[in-house]
Design a protein around this ligand. Structure first.
Ligand code: BGP
Length: 481
């Protein structure tokens, strides 16, 4: 039987996605300050990255070089245009605009860089889609203020957002406040906590769970303020949340497993409830009470959250998770590192990420019914080892298969289930530094970049087989998979 394909709605935003700290390089140019990503060492799939207290001799910091987009962006954007991109998602490095984060005046050279880069995109009718904060907080705010546990950060972030939302009015329409804000649920994993909420604590510190909830609350207040302010700056602005969507399945039909999976979903996605519905779900304060967790939430905060509900849900989708109940965990408290188990029905990538295209359709339905907002898939993709042949070709049929299967499920969610989807921007459309491991070898791109994990290589760009494949998908508006 031939596979049935679907066209996406007119004006569907096909494109690609990256984040400033993973690909710009130029870490000390144009007056840029040091971000938390700049003090993260290289790791690999078995060894976690470390955050060092400042830049230390003898350590390797891959985000310092990225793939040198800072100098090469005209060439890269030309290739994006060749693929037919309608949009391009990146972030604005906070440290280019406010190098330490607590200044009152922005850095003009940083503002100018994004002006020029956005103009280059707009020259080809590629619209910039902007994440305000993508794991790249000024390190000064971590060291001196303790990151998002400190409410002062709200004002610093709002000032940064106001500055760029005023400056790029007319050039940018779609914004997102915090990348994968809900990954902090993985608070027992020090890597995530440090990168996302930039809390200066070590793994195992007592009270970490409480700190996570407080930091997340402060971030969500900041996000809501920015949504409100953004709409005042330009009523056309669409300002979204950005959720890391990994649906969590129960391992079996055992009722306790179902309850555990439900609580895991509630825990991982309450961020979306707050950002889309403007209020906390009922179960959470009850859980806090039982766990003796205290979170400062004022009436003023509740008002702000209500007023600053997001316009759309941006999300990443790479994989699904699976969980099960245990006799000890009678409160169904969900601790990500402890409670995830393998799903016997799906395969994994070389980095252990479970490959599950149907989970994408499932997630889109789940979010549509729960949050009733337009959706935007702002990350999806397959990190893999690529082999460059003697003739320069990269035959990445495994990547094409991953995209084929995921795009097909995405199209079913739109065409068959009525999900309201704005666009699709695959992650790492050009090879870049991995966020979780700092490796270059974990590649996602349609465009190959000649560079190794130590930063050696010509940085030359070349097309993989997936480049032409994705180009044809865009040209056919999703029908030719
Ligand atoms: C998401 C992040 C991205 C990106 C991607 C792939 O969590 O938003 O920044 O890196 O995942 O992850 P990795 O680079 O670890 O393979």
């Amino acid at each position: 039987m031939t596979e049935k394909h679907y066209k996406m709605p007119e004006n569907f935003l096909w494109g690609g996605a990256v984040a400033a700290h993973q690909f710009e390089g130029g870490w000390q140019e144009g007056g840029k300050g040091v971000s938390i990503a700049d003090v993260m060492t290289a790791g690999n799939k078995d060894t976690a990255r470390k955050v060092t207290d400042g830049i230390k001799d003898g350590e390797v910091y891959p985000n310092h070089w990225g793939i040198d987009f800072y100098h090469r962006y005209p060439e890269d954007i030309k290739l994006f245009n060749e693929m037919g991109f309608k949009c391009f998602r990146t972030s604005i490095a906070w440290t280019r605009i406010f190098p330490n984060g607590d200044e009152t005046e922005p850095n003009e050279a940083g503002l100018k860089f994004y002006d020029d880069m956005f103009d280059e995109l707009l020259k080809y009718n590629i619209q910039p889609i902007i994440t305000l904060s993508h794991f790249e907080m000024p390190y000064h705010l971590v060291k001196e203020y303790g990151g998002w546990t400190n409410r002062k950060l709200i004002d610093f972030f709002v000032r940064f957002a106001e500055t760029v939302m005023k400056r790029y009015k007319g050039k940018v329409k779609y914004w997102m406040t915090f990348n994968e804000i809900n990954n902090q649920t993985d608070w027992s994993n020090p890597h995530h906590l440090l990168q996302d909420s930039a809390i200066k604590v070590k793994a195992g510190t007592p009270g970490m769970e409480e700190m996570m909830y407080q930091a997340a609350h402060n971030e969500m207040v900041a996000s809501a303020k920015v949504v409100e302010l953004g709409h005042q700056i330009d009523s056309e602005y669409q300002i979204g949340a950005m959720i890391a969507m990994c649906p969590i399945y129960p391992l079996t039909a055992k009722p306790e497993d179902i309850m555990m999976a439900e609580r895991a979903m509630q825990t991982r996605y309450y961020f979306g409830d707050v950002q889309a519905n403007g209020e906390y779900p009922n179960w959470l304060p009850k859980y806090w009470e039982r766990q003796n967790i205290h979170v400062e939430i004022s009436d003023y905060d509740r008002e702000i959250l209500k007023k600053g509900a997001v316009d759309y849900i941006g999300f990443s989708y790479y994989m699904s998770f699976t969980t099960k109940s245990t006799d000890e965990n009678t409160d169904y408290a969900y601790k990500e590192a402890r409670d995830l188990v393998d799903n016997p029905y799906v395969q994994k990538s070389d980095w252990g990420w479970q490959i599950d295209p149907v989970g994408l359709r499932y997630s889109m339905n789940w979010m549509q019914d729960r949050w009733h907002k337009p959706q935007f898939i702002v990350e999806n993709g397959f990190g893999a080892y690529d082999q460059k042949e003697a003739d320069g070709a990269v035959h990445d049929d495994y990547r094409i298969k991953y995209f084929h299967d995921h795009i097909l499920e995405m199209e079913k969610a739109v065409a068959l289930d009525g999900v309201n989807l704005i666009g699709y921007t695959p992650w790492g459309c050009i090879d870049l530094i991995s966020a979780s491991t700092g490796e270059m070898a974990k590649r996602y791109g349609f465009i190959y970049v000649d560079q190794d994990d130590q930063g050696n290589g010509s940085l030359e760009r070349s097309k993989k087989d997936s480049f032409d494949w994705y180009k044809q998908v865009i040209a056919s508006n999703g029908e030719d998979l």
